[in-house]
Design a protein around this ligand. Structure first.
Ligand SMILES: [Mg+2]
Length: 435
C-alpha cells in the first residue's frame, strides 16, 4: 500500500446501454436492455432507466421483458463498444503510461508517473475531473465513475460508491474505516463459496474478518487465500498496475465421437462444463465477467459466442445459464462435435501461480466477443443498417417478412420508423469502415 491515493479505477456507467443511447437518439432517456434477445438470451447491460424496473445484468431476457416490457431489447454491437473503448483508453494513457484495462469499460490507472504537483486531495481531484470531462468528450457524452485510493482494491471499491457519474477519493489512512462496515464480498476473491464458508464461521463484514487471526483464516480457506484475505481485510494490497495485461481465461471443452444433435443433451453437457469452470475459478480465487461458448459444427466450422456481465461471477449455475442461453441462440441442426465453456475478463486476486504450464492446455485463445457477421438477410434487433434512400438506422424488430427500422444516428435527431420487406434489396447491414 502506498502513502498517497494515486491508484485510479475508472468504470464507464451502464456502458453498452449508454453507447446505444448515444447512437440511437430515440432511446435517450428510455429503458434499454442490451444482451441476447433470443428466447433464452441473457441481459448483458441495462440502462439506468431499465434498472428502475428491476432489470439487472445476468437476468434472463425473458424475465427482463416481463419486468420492463416497453424497454428496447437490443443485440450488442461490439464494434461500437470497441471503438468507444479505444478512445477512453487513449485518454487514460495520456494521463499515465500505466493503464491496465480490465474490460472494454473498465481500467486501472497508476497516477504515480502522472507528474502531479502533489497528491493532495485537491490536485488529484482536479486531474480526475479533467479525465472525466475528456472521457465525456471523446465518447460523445458517456459518463464514467472514478475511484481513487492507495491501492487497486480501494480504488475499485471507491468507484462503486457514487455511481453513476461519480468521483470518490479515499484518502490515505481512511481505508480501514471505510471497509469495516462492508460485506466481505467487497473483497476481491471473495465469491459466493468463500462468502458462505465465512458466514458459517460467523463472519459477514470486513470488521468481522479483521477480528480473525491469520492462522484461523488459513485453516478455513487454505494458505494462499487465507493469507490474502488477512491482508485485504486490513486494506493491504500492493498489487501493481500492470499495463496491457494479457487476456486470461479458464475454460473446459469436450469433443465427441458422434455428432450431437439432441439439444437437451448439449445443454446438459454445457451445464456440466460450466460447473467445472466455476469450480476451477473458485479454487483459484478468481471470477470473470465474460462467458464464452465454443461450438464446433459437423462441418468443422467453429463458432464462439460471448456475453459480458457487469460484475464478475464464479457461480456454476449462473455461468451454466448464460452458456445455455448462448447455445439457445445458435442453429445446431447439422450436429455438433465440440462444446466448450470459458470465462474470461478475470478479476484476479491471487494472480501469479495459477496458470502454470500444467494448465496450458485449458487456456483458451483470447476471447473474441465479436459475433460473426449475421447473414445478409438476418435482421436482429439493434443491428446497424443502411438503406439506399432512407440512410442509416437500426433494426427495431423483424418478423413475418417485415423488418422495422428506425432511421437515425448519433448525429441526427430521433428519426422516423419504417417497416420494410425483409428482402428489400435497398436495405443492407452497415459496418463501420475498417481503418
Ligand atoms: Mg461499467
Amino acid at each position: 500500500m502506498r502513502p498517497e491515493a494515486s491508484v485510479t479505477h475508472l468504470d464507464l456507467d451502464a456502458f453498452f446501454a449508454s453507447v446505444e443511447q448515444r447512437d440511437q437518439p430515440s432511446l435517450r432517456g428510455q429503458p434499454v436492455v442490451v444482451g441476447g434477445v433470443g428466447g433464452r438470451g441473457v441481459v448483458s447491460t441495462a440502462s439506468y432507466e431499465a434498472r428502475k424496473y428491476g432489470v439487472r445484468s445476468a437476468m434472463s431476457t425473458r424475465e427482463a421483458r416481463s419486468r420492463c416490457p416497453h424497454a428496447a431489447f437490443l443485440n450488442p454491437r461490439f464494434h461500437a463498444y470497441r471503438d468507444t473503448s479505444v478512445k477512453v483508453m487513449e485518454v487514460l494513457r495520456d494521463v499515465s503510461p500505466l493503464v491496465e484495462p480490465l474490460s472494454l469499460d473498465e481500467a486501472f490507472v497508476d497516477l504515480a508517473p502522472a507528474e502531479l504537483p502533489s497528491y493532495d486531495d485537491g490536485d488529484v481531484r482536479a486531474l480526475a475531473e479533467e479525465v472525466r470531462a475528456r472521457v465525456h468528450d471523446v465518447t460523445g457524452g458517456l459518463t464514467a465513475s472514478v475511484g481513487i485510493g492507495t491501492s487497486k482494491f480501494i480504488a475499485k471499491v471507491a468507484s462503486e460508491l457514487d455511481k453513476p457519474d461519480g468521483l470518490v477519493i479515499v484518502t490515505a489512512g481512511s481505508e480501514r474505516e471505510l471497509l469495516r462496515p462492508m460485506h466481505v464480498t467487497v473483497i476481491p476473491g471473495v465469491g459466493p463459496a468463500t462468502s458462505e464458508r465465512l458466514r458459517r464461521a460467523g463472519i459477514s463484514t470486513v470488521a468481522d474478518l479483521e477480528a480473525v487471526s491469520e492462522e484461523e483464516l488459513v485453516r478455513l480457506l487454505g494458505k494462499a487465500h487465507g493469507h490474502g484475505l488477512f491482508l485485504l481485510a486490513r486494506a493491504q494490497d500492493d498489487r501493481p498496475v500492470v499495463p496491457e495485461r494479457e487476456t486470461k481465461s479458464v475454460s473446459v471443452e469436450g469433443t465427441y465421437d458422434t455428432d450431437l444433435t439432441d439439444r437437451r443433451l448439449m445443454e446438459g453437457l454445457v451445464s456440466r462444463q460450466a460447473v467445472s469452470v466455476a469450480e476451477r475459478l473458485r479454487k483459484s480465487g478468481l471470477s470473470g465477467r465474460t462467458i464464452t461458448l465454443k461450438v464446433r459444427l459437423h462441418d468443422f466450422t467453429t463458432l464462439s459466442r460471448s456475453t459480458t456481465l457487469n460484475a464478475p461471477t464464479d457461480k456454476g449455475p449462473e455461468i451454466a445459464r448464460l452458456a445455455r442461453g448462448l447455445l439457445g441462440d445458435l442453429d445446431l441442426t447439422g450436429g455438433v462435435r465440440l462444446l466448450g465453456v470459458g470465462v474470461s475478463g478475470l478479476a484476479d486476486w491471487i494472480q501469479d501461480d495459477l496458470f502454470g504450464d500444467d494448465h496450458d492446455e485449458d487456456d483458451d485463445e483470447p476471447v473474441d466477443e465479436l459475433p460473426d457477421l449475421p447473414d445478409q438477410r438476418t435482421w436482429v434487433p439493434g443491428m446497424d443498417v443502411e438503406h439506399d434512400s432512407h440512410g442509416r438506422g437500426w433494426v427495431w424488430g423483424a418478423g413475418r417478412g417485415i423488418v422495422t427500422v428506425r432511421f437515425e444516428t448519433a448525429e441526427t435527431p430521433p428519426g422516423p420508423v419504417r417497416s420494410l420487406p425483409t428482402d428489400d434489396p435497398s436495405l443492407t447491414p452497415w459496418r463501420p469502415p475498417t481503418t
